[in-house]
Write a protein that binds this ligand. Structure first.
Ligand code: DPN
Ligand code: ZN
Length: 275
C-alpha cells in the first residue's frame, strides 16, 4: 500500500522507497530501537539505508540481519523484497515485544539500491572501520523468501556440494547449520544455494564477515526433482513475477513466508544467545 500510494514502486530515488523506509523507522523507534538513516548517492539520486540497533548485548560481538527494501521500477516488489523486509521487521519487533536480552549485540539493516548492484549494502560495509567490521560476527540476509513456487534454499556456507561459488567466510557454515536445524525441526527439506554475489551478503563476505540466510528462488525454473521435494510446479519459475509488475501481494506463498520468517527468529535467538 505504501508503494501504491507513492507511484507504484519502491525503487531507488523514487518516493515509495523513502516512504517505506520512514514507515519501518517509525515502527522501530516506537519499539525502542536506536535507528539511523545512512544516505548515499548513486546514479544521480540519493539512496538510504536504515540501520537499527537493539540496545544491549556485547558490542564486540554483533549479529546483523538485513534485507533490501528497494524494488525495481517495474512494480511494487512484494516478494522481491517486501518479503524479506517485512520478515526482518517482524523479527526486530518480536525482539522488542518479548524483551529479549541477547548476549550478542543485535543490529538490523534495510538496504537501498540493491537492484542497481548492491549499492546500499556496499556503502554500509565501506563506511565501517576495520575494527567495526571485525565486530560483526555474522550477517543474515533475507532476499525473496515468499516465492509463489517456492524452494527452500539456505546459503551454502560450507560449500557442501563442492560446486559453484565455494564456501563463505569461516563461521558461515555454523550459520547454515543453525538454519538447517530449524527446517529439519519442522520437517521441511532444504538445499544449498551458492554465495554467487547476487544479494546484499556480497559486500559482507568480501570483507570476511560470515554470512547466511534463506532464499525461495527467483527466475530459476523448478525442476521435477525439486517439485517432488517441495511441491509446486515443475518447469515453472520459482517466482514468475520476478522483476515484473505482477510482483504484488498476490505473489506471495504464505506458507513459505511463514516458515522463513520463523527461521529468522530461530537463527537470531540461537546465534545471539542470552535470554
Ligand atoms: N536480488 C535478486 C537479484 O539480484 O536478481 C534476486 C536474488 C536474490 C538472486 C537472492 C539470488 C539470491
Ligand atoms: Zn532482491
Amino acid at each position: 500500500s505504501i508503494a501504491a500510494a507513492n507511484g507504484g514502486n519502491r525503487a531507488h530515488g523514487r518516493p515509495g522507497y523513502r516512504a517505506s523506509l520512514d514507515y519501518i523507522k517509525s515502527r522501530l523507534d516506537a519499539a525502542g530501537y536506536q535507528t539511523r538513516i545512512q544516505s548515499f548517492t548513486y546514479a544521480g539520486a540519493t539512496g538510504y539505508n536504515l540501520i537499527a540497533d537493539w540496545p544491549g548485548g556485547n558490542a564486540d560481538e554483533v549479529l546483523m540481519v538485513g534485507a533490501h527494501l528497494d524494488s525495481v521500477t517495474a512494480g511494487p516488489g512484494i516478494n522481491d523484497n517486501g518479503s524479506g523486509s517485512a520478515a526482518v521487521l517482524e523479527t526486530a519487533l518480536t525482539v522488542a515485544r518479548t524483551g529479549y536480552r541477547p548476549s550478542r549485540h543485535l543490529r538490523f539493516g534495510w538496504w537501498g539500491a540493491e537492484e542497481l548492484g548492491l549499492i546500499g549494502s556496499r556503502a554500509y560495509v565501506n563506511s565501517l572501520s576495520s575494527a567495526d567490521r571485525s565486530r560483526i560476527k555474522g550477517y543474515l540476509n533475507y532476499d525473496m523468501i515468499g516465492s509463489p513456487n517456492a524452494g527452500y534454499f539456505v546459503y551454502d556456507g560450507d560449500d557442501s556440494d563442492g560446486v559453484g561459488a565455494g564456501p563463505g567466510p569461516a563461521g558461515s557454515a555454523e550459520i547454515e547449520r543453525v538454519i538447517q536445524e530449524y527446517f529439519a525441526g519442522i520437517g521441511v527439506p532444504t538445499r544449498g544455494t551458492d554465495f554467487d554475489g547476487r544479494s546484499d551478503y556480497g559486500p559482507f563476505i568480501q570483507v570476511g564477515i560470515p554470512a547466511g540466510g534463506t532464499f525461495t528462488g527467483a527466475e530459476g525454473i523448478k525442476t521435477s526433482a525439486q517439485a517432488q521435494l517441495w511441491g509446486g510446479q515443475a518447469g515453472v519459475a520459482f517466482d514468475r513475477c520476478y522483476h515484473r509488475s505482477c510482483d504484488t501481494t498476490g505473489n506471495i506463498n504464505d506458507t513459505a513466508l511463514d516458515r522463513n520468517a520463523d527461521s529468522i527468529a530461530y537463527a537470531v535467538w540461537t546465534l545471539a544467545g542470552g535470554s
